[in-house]
Write a protein that binds this ligand. Structure first.
Ligand code: NDP
Length: 322
């Protein structure tokens, strides 16, 4: 089978197309023939070595497909089931052997590509808006990189929860997508000072919560636009990591809250994984959540997918098709 392997961490060229044997399941595993692999920013961190994985490894954290073999102890899925997952390496491949209890069933009516798009970014947007800071009707949320994979989903969920959404994006094309997803106001943060704009838009009151996946270039100003006791949810670093930071700043800026959450802690048990993925699939089936697949690439073009993602050229979800 073909897979995208990293032998030495580095730039996009560190990803090689290799031929590997189709994996055999361990007793607790199921082998899945992938129909689509999700591309996520976390794949860049693994490829660069910012997040560590033992070398060599097959990249990718998210996928959907059909079970082709199961290990002796597996009870939760059977051959022929359509399944999807998030947070398991080895997903940029034609086949993957994964722990069966981390696979979720894909409901009828949800395509493989939609399922692969929903798992990582969909469940992330869900925990951010429903658990990390459960949004209430009438609250104001600022969502950075709102036309991105997580961004477009988070805007829809926040809007559906009754929050006012202020979105930031880099281009007019992305602004249009953010508005269509339900953003009430959009700031082009590459052209205008989002701190000044957000203060203006809230009449100086500040926002209740900032969802920040951009990190280095946005974090500090984000603290300045929170209302007293507001919540900074720093959940990524697409522009780079936030430098070390003295907690007294949170006091000075109004007894703020800061959290740096990760999806893994919000789907730690099988019950929570099934509940959260089920909630996202349910929103999709009910027509309340639309996933935008911005681009699909053949598996062998993983390098290009990463270049586009890192180059801020993409919107919505990117998929690799084996
Ligand atoms: P996106 O589709 O959001 O792509 C990243 C976007 O970030 C770009 O399109 C761009 O939007 C914006 N951006 C701003 N500055 C830069 C920069 N210097 N370089 C590149 N991009 C920049 O990616 P994902 O939806 O896959 O992930 C978004 C973020 O969320 C990532 O940081 C990821 O690690 C994080 N994440 C965290 C999770 C968690 O549980 N903590 C789970 C899932 C994702 P624009 O052009 O509009 O500025």
């Amino acid at each position: 089978m073909k897979a995208i392997q990293v032998k030495q961490v580095g730039g996009p060229e560190a990803m090689e197309v290799v031929e590997l044997p189709v994996p055999q399941p361990k007793p607790n595993e199921a082998v899945v023939k992938l129909a689509a692999s999700g591309v996520n920013f976390i794949d860049v961190y693994h490829r660069e070595g910012r997040y560590k994985a033992p070398l060599p490894f097959v990249l990718g954290q998210e996928g959907a497909g059909v079970v082709t073999a199961v290990g002796a102890d597996v009870k939760s899925v059977k051959v022929g089931d359509r399944v999807a997952w998030s947070g398991l390496l080895s997903s940029y491949a034609e086949y993957a052997a994964q722990p069966a209890d981390r696979l979720v069933p894909v409901p009828q009516g949800i395509s493989d590509q939609q399922a692969a798009s929903a798992m990582l970014q969909g469940m992330t947007a869900h925990y951010l808006s429903h658990d990390t800071h459960p949004l209430k009707r009438g609250e104001t949320a600022l969502v950075h990189a709102a036309a991105g994979g997580v961004g477009l989903i988070l805007v829809q969920m926040a809007h559906n929860l009754g929050a006012r959404v202020i979105a930031t994006v880099s281009t007019e094309e992305k602004a249009k997508l953010a508005r269509e997803a339900g953003a009430d106001d959009v700031i082009l943060y590459t052209q205008a000072d989002f701190e000044a704009e957000a203060k203006k838009l809230t009449g100086g009151k500040g926002v209740d919560v900032v969802y920040d996946s951009v990190g280095k270039t946005t974090f500090e100003k984000g603290l300045n636009i929170l209302r007293p006791r507001g919540m900074m949810v720093l959940f990524g670093g697409s522009s780079g990591a936030v430098p070390p930071f003295d907690p007294i700043v949170l006091t000075q800026k109004g007894s703020l809250f800061l959290t740096r959450p990760s999806l893994g802690n919000y789907i730690a048990t099988r019950e929570e994984l099934l509940a959260r993925s089920g909630a996202v699939f349910g929103m999709m089936a009910a027509g309340k959540l639309k996933l935008r697949i911005g681009h699909t690439y053949p598996l062998a073009e993983a390098q290009q997918a990463h270049r586009d993602l890192e180059g801020r050229k993409t919107t919505g979800k990117l998929l690799l098709i084996p």
